[in-house]
Design a protein around this ligand. Structure first.
Ligand code: SF4
Ligand code: SF4
Length: 221
């Protein structure tokens, strides 16, 4: 089970900025159990967005958003809606947001923070990874995780050591920040590089003792 918690609505609205037409995509797997995805969470966030003057172009649920085949198949039916949309707000764990950004050339925004990977995970057949940092940055990085794709987990751009797009730590691995740059360029969001993220609060990686006592965190405490 990947445990997620909703980002505050104000943070979600700030990340959407001036974007008007929003496609809502929710996960019906782990996120549904955490009430950050599923039907109920979709209708709650839809109401909040509409109250804030946004136009919701579609609300779509996929059983496991971490499975890119499922995501691509389901979104193929929504091609027209996606064309009209400015961005996709994804109600899932960080892996689900990354999976969506891989299969659709649209700006993606995470609606939740992933805070624990404890226990059994959803379907995860690919290379996207989440370290449950508790403060998801995928909004800023175009849907590519800087914590897991950069060997140094840098949050504010590359270290400067990359050679020909490869990481200085492992020359067989693409530089995560090169991938982020290419992705932001593709979706027209290079201005994100002008934003500065505050230093990481590592305490957010520690699930609360309350959470660790629940079945959402399936290890001994
Ligand atoms: S930024 Fe990366 S590690 Fe943090 S919640 Fe998002 S996907 Fe997970
Ligand atoms: S070369 Fe790129 S991926 Fe490697 S540590 Fe530096 S910024 Fe991160």
């Amino acid at each position: 089970m990947l445990f997620t918690q909703n980002k505050p609505t104000a943070e979600v609205l700030e990340s959407l900025g001036a974007e008007k037409n929003i496609f809502l995509l929710g996960c019906n797997g782990c996120a549904e159990a955490c009430e950050t995805g599923g039907e109920k969470a979709l209708s709650t966030i839809k109401a909040e967005l509409e109250k804030a003057g946004k136009n919701v172009t579609s609300t779509t649920l996929v059983d496991f958003l971490c499975n890119k085949v499922l995501v691509a198949t389901r979104l193929a039916r929504e091609t027209d809606n996606i064309k009209q949309t400015d961005s996709i707000l994804v109600l899932s764990c960080g892996v689900g947001v990354q999976a969506v950004s891989k299969v659709v050339d649209k700006v993606v925004h995470p609606a939740a923070n992933t805070v624990s990977l404890g226990g059994l995970q959803g379907l995860w057949p690919s290379d996207e990874r989440c370290q449950a940092c508790g403060d998801c940055a995928l909004d800023y990085t175009g849907g590519i995780c800087p914590i897991t794709f950069c060997a140094k987990s840098l949050l504010n751009g590359p270290c400067g050591g990359a050679q020909d797009g490869k990481c200085e730590v492992d020359s067989e691995k693409d530089c995560g920040w090169q991938l982020i740059y290419e992705r932001l360029e593709k979706v027209g969001r290079l201005e994100n590089f002008k934003k500065i993220r505050t230093p990481r609060d590592h305490s957010k990686m520690l699930p609360s003792s309350e959470l660790r006592k629940t079945s959402f965190y399936d290890i001994e405490v």
